[in-house]
Write a protein that binds this ligand. Structure first.
Ligand SMILES: [Zn+2]
Length: 346
């Protein structure tokens, strides 16, 4: 089945087609959705369309670029039969149902070798959420320094189980059946204010600072909720005349628990921000509104998408990823937020 036909069945694929045609392919994608077979078919179609020997491609954007595959050339046939040296699958191993370190090591080794005859080496990782801790950490290294002309497609029906650091380094595409309802209910309202402040047509420095305030308020609210929830649990049963040493110990434990929970919540906040920037990126590639994580924020996302371009929007997503990495290093939070938000290229 040709790409165009498959797109009518799986509309999300249209986004990938546009990325290929504008020569803006990321190096790592996360395909999420409820139906494994749809994810598999989408990944195979993507692998074919970047490698088919009959389709015309160019590395530079050009009106004549057509993202298509023939399904008949040797390359397409080998990919269909899972028999192409440069296009490979990783799946959880049968007994443990885990993706193991040796599997990831093999990926890392072959990904760095020169391709035999493919334009782009492709690794497709089915049930990527089944990586154990060792393999996930090893894989993260590959994601941080992806080899040239390589493409990694992670497939997952339970993306929340993937390391946040892996999720944030992949471009996520939601295929039918994916539920982002928690994301919406938790983050839509602050993002709406934030997006309006950043995306306003004549947005200036003052709006940036307003947006920064909105973000800080959301984080402060999260911290207060966590504090309220934990204080009682850690200190509630202590009598007033308790030994200072015991109180001190409890205080320390409380502080550590708050910090741990807060960091997780903060990651959620930045992930939501990244999904919104992705929405703008998708719109810059003329994607349908139904493919967005926050369709209700489409006006602001669209404003941003028309004012800037796909490349700059990808840079912005990377900037927020970088901010997340920086925040893991105990840097002063407010300062890091200010520096990075002012650097956004909007
Ligand atoms: Zn072909």
């Amino acid at each position: 089945m040709a790409f165009a036909e498959l797109i009518s069945e799986i509309p999300t694929l249209g986004i990938l087609k546009k990325s290929i045609e504008s020569a803006r392919i990321g190096h790592a994608y996360l395909f999420t959705g409820a139906d494994r077979e749809t994810l598999d078919r989408a990944a195979v179609a993507f692998a074919k369309s970047v490698n088919c020997t009959q389709a015309t491609h160019a590395s530079e954007p050009s009106p004549s670029n057509v993202a298509e595959y023939c399904d008949h050339c040797t390359t397409c046939e080998q990919i269909s039969a899972d028999h192409h040296g440069d296009v490979q699958w990783i799946r959880p191993e049968s007994k443990s149902r885990l993706i193991t370190l040796p599997q990831i090591r093999q990926l890392m080794e072959t990904l760095h070798l020169k391709a035999n005859d493919a334009r782009t080496k492709v690794w497709m990782i089915a049930d990527a959420d089944r990586m154990n801790q060792q393999s996930a950490n090893a894989f993260l290294k590959t994601l941080e320094e992806p080899p040239e002309n390589s493409l990694m497609i992670l497939l997952s029906t339970q993306p929340d189980r993937l390391l946040e650091t892996i999720q944030s380094r992949c471009l996520r595409l939601n295929f039918p059946g994916d539920s982002s309802s928690t994301m919406k209910s938790e983050h839509q309202s602050w993002l709406e204010v934030f997006a309006r402040q950043l995306a306003a047509k004549d947005s200036g420095m003052l709006d940036r600072y307003k947006a920064l305030d909105t973000l800080m308020e959301k984080l402060a609210e999260a911290r207060h909720q966590i504090e309220d929830g934990l204080k009682d649990r850690f200190l509630g049963d202590l009598p007033n005349d308790v030994e200072p040493k015991i109180r001190e110990k409890r205080d320390k434990e409380l502080k550590a628990a708050i910090e741990g929970q807060y960091r997780r919540r903060r990651t959620d906040v930045f992930n939501a921000l990244e999904w919104w920037l992705r929405d703008a990126w998708l719109l810059s590639l003329q994607a349908e509104i139904s493919t967005l994580t926050f369709p209700d924020l489409a006006p602001a996302s669209h404003e941003l998408a028309t004012r800037t371009d796909a490349g700059k929007l990808l840079d912005n997503i990377r900037l927020i990823e970088k901010l997340q990495r920086v925040l893991h290093t105990n840097v002063q939070e407010t300062l890091a937020l200010e520096v990075h938000l002012l650097k956004l290229n909007l």
